[in-house]
Write a protein that binds this ligand. Structure first.
Ligand code: LMR
Length: 395
């Protein structure tokens, strides 16, 4: 049976976790996998999560199955956070993380429209194409971002989407673009929403970092503009980052249909797909999120901590941007990541000579470092020749 299997390379991002842990040097910097760290270098369990865990420990009476939809009160507690208080036509279910939501959403698309093409701006999170292809979707890449000039190639994006056929899927990052940190601005979101609606395309929005870019509402605003313009959409949501629940795998897949008579069919198909994939999602993390969102006290504590995390990321961005004119762009981008224009050799030298770990694409997780590490990073980048002699400024 297994004779035909060939070795797969380790995941380019997840492999970094072990490589960094195995590095015996004391002076090293982990800018690899996208996790938030505080000034002590820890990825903390948020205080509202700890409180919710205590409440659950005391109050949970059973761990009997819930069903393929998972915790439906978790799903309904999330809805106003994403879509605002008055949204209609939304239905959803709990998934194991945002990846589970992306996988289930792609399977739903494949079921509803076999052979659908999915338009993906590159660079993107490496697992996007992998998930889409695993389900047999045809990926249509277009250039979204120019790393050398640190600019969104909006005209190219519009040009590419103008070629898309009615019913094609457009995968969009809701906020905190991974890997570039370069989001669409409000005008660009409006134009994108208009084009999607005009051409009858189907938006699939990946919202994995809500609250870590600007604010909860601002980070959802692009997605809300798109939903206001179209009749149908999917949204893959992750609580892994904004609730700090990474390994608990907490996410949800939401479907929007203006025609609410379709809700029952959407719901039952999503539940069926969940049943044949993971049967039922893990409960613990979603129960924590529900407990937090249902309590005004815990919700406030969670939100205040999220705002502090977001401010810390912004501070790191501004600090590093202020240290080197050619990194000024960092201050204008949002969220955890930036994609530096580095060669594979430079990335390898940063790791071998300086103990600085980053994704092979040159993506750095700024939320993983302290502002005080800025000097070390900038000096190492200068050492590997990352900055142009001309002193050109990218802003
Ligand atoms: C990342 O992009 O680093 C995170 O989303 C972790 C992952 O699963 O890749």
């Amino acid at each position: 049976m297994f004779d035909s299997l060939v070795d797969q390379p380790p995941d380019s991002l997840l492999g970094l976790i072990k490589a960094y842990q195995d590095d015996k040097r004391t002076k090293k910097l982990d800018l690899g996998v996208g996790v938030y760290r505080d000034d002590a270098g820890l990825t903390p369990v948020m205080s509202a999560v700890k409180s919710a865990e205590r409440i659950l420990l005391e109050s949970q009476r059973t761990k009997a199955y819930l069903g393929p939809e998972g915790d439906i009160l978790f799903v309904s507690a999330l809805q106003p956070l994403l879509f605002g208080a008055r949204a209609t036509g939304i239905t959803g279910l709990q998934t194991p993380g945002g990846s589970g939501a992306l996988r289930l959403g792609t399977e739903l698309v494949a079921l509803a429209q076999p052979g659908a093409q999915v338009w993906v701006g590159v660079p993107t999170w490496p697992n996007h194409a992998a998930i889409l292809e695993a389900v047999g979707a045809k990926v249509r890449p277009y250039r979204y971002f120019d790393t050398a000039t640190q600019t969104v190639l909006f005209d190219e994006m519009m040009g590419a989407l103008s070629q898309a056929a009615r019913g094609d899927v457009v995968l969009l990052h809701g906020c905190c673009h991974n890997p570039t940190g370069a989001d669409l601005d409000a005008d660009q979101w409006s134009e994108t929403a208009g084009l999607i609606a005009e051409r009858g395309l189907f938006p699939f929005i990946d919202l994995a970092y809500q609250g870590l870019g600007r604010s909860l509402d601002e980070d959802a605003s692009g997605m809300r503009l798109v939903l206001a313009a179209v009749d149908e959409a999917l949204v893959a949501y992750s609580c892994d980052k904004n609730f700090g629940l990474y390994r608990d795998r907490v996410g949800a897949l939401f479907a929007f249909s203006r025609d609410t008579t379709k809700s029952a069919a959407i719901d039952s198909n999503m539940a069926r797909l969940a049943r044949v994939s993971w049967s039922m999602p893990p409960d613990h993390g979603a129960a924590l999120v529900r407990t937090i969102l249902e309590s005004s006290v815990l919700r406030l504590a969670w939100h205040e901590e999220l705002v502090r995390m977001c401010a810390r990321i912004t501070d790191v961005r501004r600090t590093v941007a202020g240290l080197e004119p050619q990194l000024k762009f960092l201050a204008n981008q949002r969220g955890l990541f930036a994609n530096l224009a580095l060669t594979p050799r430079q990335i390898s030298t940063l790791r071998l000579d300086h103990g600085i770990y980053m994704a092979p694409s040159g993506r750095v997780n700024l939320a993983g470092m302290r502002a005080a590490d800025g000097d070390t990073l900038v000096a190492a980048l200068a050492h590997v020749g990352a900055f142009k002699e001309s002193n050109a400024e990218l802003s």
